[in-house]
Design a protein around this ligand. Structure first.
Ligand code: B12
Length: 212
């Protein structure tokens, strides 16, 4: 549909004013936040990823595309997080040390909130100790780790090993995600669970918590 194409184009061009306006218009036209995300924003970001890989877009342009994505996410975020369910527990989520990618992490956080969880966002470039501290605070049900770079994926294993080594945090549930990850990789580092996208992250959290 043309309206989704306009939204995708605004992400590719990095036009945060247009992406915000189009997202607002779609919301006003009663298009669901999930459709706006899946049919407009994600296809736009996928093209940015392809162009970046092919050296047709460079980091500054990708950053302004990310800014446009965030501008639209600010509009649909409250709708994604709207939910009848509340109080399933707290989940901390962060992007591992050395990694600054936060769009996927933020989406997972929004969807988890929408799924009834209280989300503690630890931010990006999060050192292992910060995850351990968060786990020790005690009220967390699950810890979510995000990594977008093959070079930062090993940090996930370090965090999981450190959690397991400490009796206070040994039974912490850890879910992992990010574009370069696979179920096999998640299994190999001893993660409790892996989900390929934000919607299945909520199903995974429910499963780990015994809600389904
Ligand atoms: C945007 C972007 C950037 C932006 C980030 C801006 C921001 N605020 O996030 C900027 C410009 C900063 C950037 C920088 C770099 N990037 Co970059 N970037 C991307 C790009 C184009 C899109 C990523 C994205 O946001 N996707 C959209 C989101 C929604 O998808 P997602 O992150 O995968 O998240 C979904 C799932 O994975 C999952 N998920 C994510 N996290 C979690 C967590 C849990 C717990 C769960 C369950 C699920 C889950 O759910 C999400 C929603 O569905 C990708 C290409 C790509 N196609 O992935 C490259 C990419 C990740 N970047 C890459 C590279 C190389 C870099 C740089 C090293 C470039 C450089 N030479 O400096 C730097 C590294 C900076 C750093 N230290 O982190 C490579 C990585 C290659 C590799 N094999 O490691 C990629 C794949 C591009 C490429 N093909 O070459 N990048």
């Amino acid at each position: 549909m043309a309206k989704y194409q306009d939204l995708a184009d605004s992400i590719i061009k990095g036009d945060n004013i247009a992406s915000k306006k189009i997202a607002e218009k779609l919301v006003a036209d009663s298009v669901s936040a999930t459709d706006i995300l899946n049919d407009g924003l994600m296809p736009g970001m996928n093209i940015v990823g392809k162009k970046f890989k092919a050296n047709k877009m460079y980091i500054p342009e990708v950053l302004i595309a990310a800014r446009a994505m965030h501008a639209a996410m600010d509009i649909i975020g409250p709708l994604l997080t709207e939910s009848g369910e509340q109080g399933k527990g707290s989940i901390a989520i962060g992007t591992v040390q050395g990694d600054l990618h936060d769009i996927g992490k933020n989406l997972v956080g929004m969807m988890l909130e929408g799924g009834g969880y209280n989300v503690v966002d630890l931010g990006v470039d999060v050192p292992s100790e910060k995850y351990i501290e968060a786990a020790k605070e005690g009220k967390l049900k699950i810890i979510g780790l995000s990594a977008l770079l093959t070079t930062t994926m090993p940090a996930m294993k370090e965090i999981i090993d450190a959690l397991k080594a400490d009796p206070e945090t040994a039974d912490a549930k850890v879910m992992v995600g990010g574009a370069p990850l696979t179920q096999e990789y998640a299994d190999s580092i001893g993660a409790t669970g892996y989900a390929p996208d934000a919607a299945s992250a909520v199903d995974l959290a429910d499963k780990l918590m015994g809600h389904i």
